[in-house]
Ligand binder design. Structure first.
Ligand code: IYR
Length: 231
């Protein structure tokens, strides 16, 4: 009944949806977790080339994210260029050197130390692709005036998560690099004033000798609280 009413409304179409049995759902849920649990962030990339179509699929996957008022407030800049990657690396490292040596309070360096991050960013030139995600803070309305976008950071954060999942699912690795401040990226990549860089994500194969910190994920009980008393 609800469905019929919705489809009668202009601009609405029936939801495409497939029901799985409860057992199948459990199997799918567990398998999805098992795959995601294998995702790791590594700083060690191979320079082996990656087909541009894979990057396009990852960007399209990220762009399926739910987002504020369906304004899709993101621009993905995909870079496969020795020259531009070197410029990006030099500019990012210049900022990061200041961050690590001057701007980073002790409470921050304390939690980063076990992860082995520093101001040197070889992945920016090693990886075959760099994808920079920009959030669009404003949008041009049909009347030509500028209006805000909504939940822009949340929307782009969800999109980034889905992009990262897509990259993992296709068997590649990525890293969420957050040079700070990121203003240099707008100029370097020729983006308009209403766009703000949010994440720099090298994408590629891991290096043969890639390593990752030996860290552990919090358990369900550590990350979740349930109020579950329905009979
Ligand atoms: N922006 C720096 C520092 C950094 C911060 C956090 I929080 C990390 O989890 C990792 C790094 C950088 O990208 O190196």
């Amino acid at each position: 009944m609800d469905n019929t009413m919705a489809t009668d409304q202009d601009g609405f179409i029936p939801l495409k949806w497939t029901e799985h049995s409860p057992e199948a759902m459990l199997t799918l849920a567990e398998a999805n977790y098992a795959e995601l649990a294998l995702r790791r962030t590594t700083r060690h990339f191979s320079s082996r080339d990656v087909d541009r179509r894979l990057i396009e699929w990852a960007i399209l996957s990220g762009s399926t994210a739910p987002n504020g008022a369906h304004l899709q407030p993101w621009t993905w800049v995909a870079i496969r260029s020795d020259e531009l990657q070197l410029k990006l690396r030099e500019a990012a490292e210049a900022e990061e050197r200041k961050t690590y040596s001057e701007r980073m309070p002790e409470a921050w360096s304390e939690v980063l130390a076990p992860l082995g991050t520093d101001a040197i960013k070889p992945h920016l030139t090693d990886a075959p692709w760099i994808v920079v995600l920009f959030k669009q803070k404003k949008r041009q309305r049909e009347n030509g005036q500028w209006g805000p976008t909504y939940y822009t950071t949340e929307s782009c954060g969800i999109a980034a998560g889905m992009f990262i999942q897509a990259v993992h699912h296709m068997g590649l690795v990525t890293l969420t690099h957050t040079p700070s401040p990121m203003g240099f990226l707008r100029e370097l990549l020729d983006r308009p004033a209403h766009e703000e860089a949010m994440l720099v994500m090298p994408v590629g194969y891991p290096a043969d000798d890639a390593t990752v910190p030996d860290i552990h994920r919090k358990t369900l009980n550590e990350v979740a609280v349930f109020f579950d008393d329905r009979a």
